[in-house]
Design a protein around this ligand. Structure first.
Ligand SMILES: [Zn+2]
Length: 442
């Protein structure tokens, strides 16, 4: 299979180096990249419909997008009537998400994951770090998500959200689902992390139990950290230390850990996170929607990996990256600083995902054939010097045209290759069930 007439954005050390040419892949790997000159009369005239050839027609090919913080279980929550207040973060959780996750059953989890998988492919996302919650259907829930990811040809790193908020019996079930999945899953494309909701819903007794498993198995954790001020205030009041301090005390932070949000962190927290080597994942759409505040990037030490996620709001981390660029400008960072920030995130993503998938592609010969074609044709010169100019103002704003994962075509010319009709029927059926069940509870 071959992609012709593409701007192939290979990674070489800490540089993105676009070259124009054709890329061939065989048995899941990139077998050759042939550079050629850009001749408009050839690039735009060649036939688009040849079998085994995708004519990129001058479009841009990059590594796939990665969503470092998603909640697949959120996807059916559209158009719901929310009873009760939603005037602050805690009330949004109480009256929407903590009601919704309690009513999820296996069929709904499956349909929600199918919807998220389709959306992810459309957005060129083929690596997903998911944070799952379905307290009344904990047992086997990660396997349901894992099966959908496999069926869709995607890679994932999964976990179940442990929390005390529904009582200790449910904390135990959450722990067991993490353990069961981490010990029994065998698919090499699906990995595991240990999931916790957030510091403010896990007491010291539970943290002690959970941390034993994390430490004994040298696991990374995936947790919400200081998303809203309430997390920090509660922790200081209840435990006399910050949430980051608590996780450090229980030795739960390491360089495989994901800290989602990190909006209300202070200098001392950053020092602890920096020492532990954990990554912070920003989810600007969600933060704006929940009005929890926005991170001030200028205080984050450069050595802390910064990643982008969506927090279940959508499947579009490219949008998150664009938002992060705009917020950094709004915060007063210069164009130079803002471009450096996006450049840093680009490479932090690659370095972090390699901890779970060491074979993550850099789009060089012999690398895995995981790549996406963006519906973007650079109108001006395109090279390693100005890649991020095209990335921020062109690429990130355009839809994804085609998606290849492990040499398999998941989407070609905007057409998804798995049976979308069958998925959509399930999604609508289960969405209706969820809507009615959600309406029936007070
Ligand atoms: Zn989240």
């Amino acid at each position: 299979m071959k992609i012709t007439n593409a701007w192939i954005c290979r990674i070489n050390k800490n540089n993105v180096e676009p070259i124009f040419g054709d890329l061939t892949f065989t048995d899941g790997k990139i077998s050759s990249i042939e550079e050629k000159s850009f001749e408009p009369k050839n690039v735009f005239a060649e036939n688009f419909n040849e079998k085994d050839i995708i004519n990129a027609g001058g479009r841009v090919v990059t590594i796939p997008n990665i969503n470092f913080h998603d909640h697949f279980y959120s996807r059916l929550a559209k158009g719901l009537t929310i009873k009760g207040e939603t005037d602050n973060f805690h009330n949004i959780l109480k009256n929407l998400w903590w009601k919704l996750d309690l009513i999820l059953d296996e069929e709904m989890i499956k349909a929600s994951s199918q919807m998220a998988a389709l959306e992810s492919i459309r957005n060129g996302v083929t690596y997903i770090f998911d944070h799952h919650s379905s307290p009344q259907s904990a047992n086997g829930s990660l396997k349901i998500i894992s099966d959908i990811l496999s069926e869709a040809g995607l890679r994932g790193v999964l976990c179940f959200e442990s929390t005390d908020r529904n009582g200790k019996e449910f904390t135990k079930q959450g722990l067991n689902e993490n353990i069961d999945f981490l010990q029994n899953q065998t698919d090499e494309n699906i990995k595991g992390l240990f999931g916790l909701h957030a510091s403010f819903t896990v007491d010291d007794e539970s943290l002690k139990t959970l941390s034993e498993f994390v430490n004994n198995n040298d696991l990374g954790i995936h947790v919400h950290l200081c998303e809203d001020k309430v997390d920090r205030d509660f922790s200081l009041k209840q435990f006399n230390k910050s949430p980051a301090d608590r996780f450090i005390d229980f030795k739960m932070l390491n360089d495989k850990s994901i800290l989602a949000h990190g909006i209300h962190l202070v200098e001392n927290d950053f020092r602890l996170i920096e020492k532990a080597g954990s990554a912070i994942v920003y989810n600007p759409d969600s933060n704006l929607n929940n009005a929890v505040g926005l991170a001030d990037f200028s205080h984050v030490p450069d050595s802390i990996p910064i990643l982008a996620g969506t927090d279940g709001m959508n499947s579009n981390p490219a949008r998150s990256l664009k938002q992060l660029f705009l917020i950094s400008r709004h915060r007063g960072m210069s164009f130079d600083e803002s471009f450096k920030f996006i450049n840093k995130i680009y490479f932090d993503q690659i370095n972090f995902v390699k901890k779970y998938f060491p074979d993550f592609t850099l789009l060089n010969t012999n690398d895995r054939a995981d790549l996406i074609i963006w519906d973007y044709i650079p109108p001006t010169i395109f090279n390693s010097e100005n890649f991020f100019g095209h990335y921020v103002y062109g690429i990130l704003d355009r839809p994804v045209h085609s998606v290849i994962q492990n040499g398999k075509v998941l989407m070609k010319n905007f057409q998804i290759t798995i049976d979308e009709t069958c998925y959509n029927a399930k999604i609508v059926e289960q969405g209706k069930r969820l809507y009615e069940k959600f309406n029936s509870i007070s």
